[in-house]
Design a protein around this ligand. Structure first.
Ligand SMILES: Nc1ncnc2c1ncn2[C@@H]1O[C@H](COP(=O)(O)OP(=O)(O)OP(=O)(O)O)[C@@H](O)[C@H]1O
Ligand SMILES: [Mg+2]
Length: 408
């Protein structure tokens, strides 16, 4: 978030003045309110005021009233643009890249194999489609692609490899309509070396993914912590980490969150970041050393890094805080059974992330171990298609209001 104090006093008073027009003079004085403002609430305030003051909507007014109404409407419109501009800069800072409303990208990761990532991705896609949202699923588990199996396809002719190898010119050439609702772009893990793509290809792929004409994109990631997987994960607007209650899985899940954050911090000045032009090589080096295992200067907690930056590069503290605040992945605990204490797993991951990484991990849901999931998988059918009223479907439905508390 761009803190108000980072702006000049003239800019701050412009924003306050505009907020007074759109909301109320009291709210305009409230820093917290302005900092927490979101584009959706701004738009809704604008619509309300516009309805009230739009000159075309009240033809019955006396001419003098009409002029006043027109003047007021112009002020409201200008105010809307001022605050919108401020909020767009804020979104820009949060992501490090410019964002638009759609597509919303969801990434599903977790550094262990076999914990239910692909199963979850396919069913979330089916659920979003059934809610009328255009959804595209992408298999980005480049070395072990199998998302298509969870969508009832045993083999696919066109895959993401064709795009990466330039055999397909666009993603739409390799997009397949699944029989269960969502579109999908499959992968082919059997091709030797398909997991290795170079940096520029990856950037091109990510850029092209963000241009897909769809409301939701869900990326299924590999169970590893390669730079590719981490960069796909970080490119999403909404990050979901899956674990099970097994120590090997939850330790990997925490490690995945940790290395993702380290990667994010190391990419603050990357070529696709808005901070690229203000690159401070010394700070980049400090972050690199501090987050590099075996460098001898590796930090034990992010708190320590913050202290180092406070002493040596205080003007970047805010930037680091922004990066930390804008990274709060969701957590799902899968395959929970009567013996497993999933709450303990959630608390452990949340506590250690807070203490060591200074970030909030948000608990999203747990899914019980269900034979219906196994059965559906064995029959190459999505669980939601085979058991639309089963336990798994009920648990899936509950996550929608948690992911989008203000509506989709
Ligand atoms: N809640 C559940 N209950 C029962 N079985 C489950 C559940 N979730 C996943 N499974 C089963 O676990 C197996 C592995 O799932 P999946 O392929 O989705 O894992 P993954 O994390 O994508 O693995 P990889 O990283 O290897 O791609 C599948 O057979 C799936 O049906
Ligand atoms: Mg998978």
């Amino acid at each position: 978030m761009i803190a108000l104090q980072e702006l000049s006093s003239k800019e701050i008073s412009q924003i306050r003045y505009a907020c007074a027009y759109l909301f109320s003079p009291e709210l305009a004085k409230n820093n917290q309110f302005i900092q927490n403002l979101r584009l959706e609430s701004l738009r809704s305030a604008f619509r309300k005021k516009a309805k009230q003051y739009h000159p075309d909507l009240n033809n019955s007014d006396a001419p003098e009233m009409l002029t006043r109404r027109q003047e007021r409407f112009i002020k409201i419109n200008d105010s809307y643009n001022v605050v919108k501009n401020y909020l767009s800069q804020e979104e820009y800072a949060q992501a490090g890249t410019l964002k638009k409303d759609y597509p919303k990208i969801i990434a599903v990761g977790g550094a262990k194999g076999g914990i239910g990532k692909s199963m979850f991705v396919s069913n979330l896609g089916i659920l979003l489609s059934s809610l009328g949202k255009s959804t595209t699923l992408i298999d980005l588990d480049l070395g072990g692609a199998n998302l298509h199996l969870y969508l009832g396809e045993t083999s696919i002719r066109k895959t993401i490899n064709d795009f990466l190898n330039k055999k397909a010119r666009s993603l739409s050439d390799i997009t397949i309509q699944s029989r269960y609702g969502p579109l999908f772009i499959g992968g082919d893990g059997s091709e030797l070396g398909s997991g290795n793509i170079n940096y520029l290809r990856k950037l091109k792929l990510l850029k092209t993914i963000k241009e897909i004409d769809t409301e939701y994109i869900i990326m299924d990631l590999g169970g590893d912590t390669s730079y590719n997987t981490l960069d796909f994960f970080l490119a999403a607007d909404c990050q979901i980490v899956i674990t099970t209650c097994e120590p090997a899985a939850y330790l990997e899940a925490y490690n995945f969150v940790k290395v993702s954050l380290y990667r994010k911090l190391n990419r603050i000045f990357s070529s696709e970041s808005q901070w690229n032009k203000q690159k401070d090589t010394e700070l980049a080096e400090i972050i690199k050393e501090a987050t590099h295992t075996g460098s001898g200067n590796e930090i034990t907690s992010i708190h320590e890094l913050i202290k180092i930056i406070k002493d040596s590069k205080p003007k970047y503290l805010n930037l680091i805080h922004q990066a930390l605040r804008s990274f709060n992945p969701y957590l799902i605990v899968n395959m929970v059974n009567a013996e497993s204490n999933y709450k303990d797993v959630v608390t452990r991951i949340q506590d250690v992330s807070k203490k060591m990484l200074s970030i909030e991990v948000r608990y999203l849901s747990n899914f019980s171990f269900e034979y219906e999931v196994k059965n559906a998988t064995n029959q190459l059918r999505p669980v939601l298609a085979k058991y639309p009223r089963g336990n798994f479907a009920k648990q899936m439905n509950r996550i929608i209001p948690k992911l989008w508390p203000n509506g989709m």
